[in-house]
Design a protein around this ligand. Sequence first.
Ligand code: U2P
Length: 255
Amino acid sequence: MDFLTFMSVFLLLISTSCYGLSENHHGDEEGGLLVVAPAKQQKEFDYFLLALLWPGTLCQGTNHCCSANACCRSNATSMFTIHGLWVNYNDGTWPACCNNGSNFDIKKITPLLGGLQIYWPSLSCNLESTCDGGKGLFWAHEWEKHGTCATPVIWDEYTYFLTTLNIYFKYNITKILIEEGYIPSNSEKYPLGGIVSAIQNAVRATPLLVCSDGAVQELRLCFCKNFEPQDCPNNVTPEEACPRYVSLPEYVPRI
Ligand code: U2P
């Protein structure tokens, strides 16, 4: 079975109703801080968050190039790329680094690497921190920090990356925005409310946008544990909040 066929089958499997699966919540709420706890003490997460990056904004900060950095590709990356699939608590905190025994192993995701390089690239030359205090690939950071906390829904690295790609393809945010006239531009500004409405209409849930200097930097979609869309809590910091009119800068290759 090829990669796309496998993903289509998987997508069918995950389209079920939202209710009834997200009630396995126990333990006390932690207040306002990042929660890092070993797996045994880990309280189960409340919802998934798919974080998408807008390279047109992030690549403006690229100072030097390397082959690992998608900002340095000569062909335009005019689409949202994946930041990560995160697991959060309803109180605005999230677990992190839940299983230090599950160090990232690139061999486990060999069949997905073609898709990951296109849709989940690093937008920097720097290695990222891993849970053991070392440095590793962007994918290693996301799996170890977030993916290991996705039990009991996701238990292994391969499923984490495959699931994330599937959700990303199912909700093609770039296409949704372009079809509604939100075209990447270095001169236009768009009403934030219009962008949010376009996504609400297509996804049936409210996204969360993060901005940098008035430009869209990140777009977050939230899902309950069976991957049905749910509204994202509005918990961005004042520095990350978007103004009423935002830009969606065009990608300018850095080479
Ligand atoms: O927002 C800064 C970084 O905090 C982590 N984050 C943020 C919001 C949220 O709901 N969950 C979450 O994990 C992200 O950390 P990263 O994956 O980049 O290490 C986010 O970038």
